[in-house]
Design a binder for this molecule. Structure first.
Ligand code: ATP
Length: 259
């Protein structure tokens, strides 16, 4: 059976002045999967995420999302596709002057015909789905812990019932218990909502707990993709060190269900 690629990147080149980030980069995200995107610091994971969602301009190559080449679309069609994904940035990227509920309402303002009460109700539903208590609706971001801010960012990413979820280091900075809870939440949401998830992470526990496949960025491109078991067989110094190092052994031992 052919898998449907909801994101298809081909031959991408991205550079900032003389600084080359991506060259000849190919990547697919298949419908319904959770793809972990890993690589050394500075290897271009976040820039890739930003390029796919149109926040970064690449110099060559093609990016198709949900079958559309965004760069070639007129504004209104492009916005229609943009409404079919949600992005959770590393720090949550919340508006500090808005409450959590108001933050989640922002993307809902693009939906025509919603009354204020409907928008409010939908936002409160997404806040609950992201695992936040009811009272968090009325909190400002500064009143939340880092973990709660991430959940608020996730609630906003879910606002428009996306088909694709882009997550940039969702568990960075969380304590191990909070990180494990976030991993479970991602899995639950994927299964309940049939999401396709592009997940940038350094967290080996998250890879073990959540990811169906892993893509490794190195040498400006996607060096390899496959399951966690496949990664153990890759003969490349960085990949070997990452997946066989002491942290990798601890992470795989800590999640025997996934091995
Ligand atoms: N707007 C920009 N202008 C110039 N250089 C940039 C810009 N954004 C990113 N870069 C550079 O592109 C490279 C890739 O950055 P990116 O943030 O994608 O790395 P990363 O793999 O996500 O790293 P980390 O794991 O540390 O978050 C880095 O060298 C970074 O300094």
């Amino acid at each position: 059976m052919t898998r449907e690629a909801v994101v298809c990147v081909r031959n991408l080149r991205t550079q900032f002045g003389p600084h080359l980030v991506h060259e000849g980069l190919d990547l697919d995200l298949f419908r319904g999967e959770i793809l972990g995107v890993v690589g050394a610091s500075g290897s271009g994971k976040s820039v890739l995420l930003r390029a796919i969602v149109g926040l970064e301009v690449s110099q060559a190559g093609t990016i198709e999302v949900l079958g559309k080449t965004l760069a070639a679309l007129p504004g209104s069609e492009r916005r229609a596709v943009e409404q079919r994904w949600g992005v959770m940035f590393q720090d949550g990227a919340l508006f500090s002057s808005l409450t959590v509920r108001e933050n989640v309402e922002v993307p809902l303002r693009a939906v025509p015909g919603l009354t204020d009460a409907q928008r409010r109700g939908l936002a409160e539903l997404k806040v609950s789905m992201a695992g936040l208590p009811w009272k968090a609706n009325n909190n400002y971001p500064s009143e939340l812990s880092g973990g709660m801010r991430k959940r608020a960012g996730l609630a906003r990413a879910l606002a428009l019932d996306p088909e694709i979820l882009f997550l940039d280091e969702p568990t960075a900075g969380l304590d191990p218990i909070g990180a494990a809870a976030f991993d479970r939440l991602i899995l639950t949401l994927r299964d309940a909502l049939n999401l396709s998830v592009f997940l940038v992470t350094h967290d080996l526990d998250t890879l073990h707990a959540c990811c169906d496949r892993v893509a490794v960025l190195a040498e400006h491109k996607v060096l390899t993709t496959g399951t966690m078991a496949d990664m153990l067989k890759v003969d490349h110094p960085w990949v070997h060190e990452y997946f066989h190092g002491a942290r990798a052994r601890a992470a795989s031992g800590g999640n025997p269900d996934r091995d």
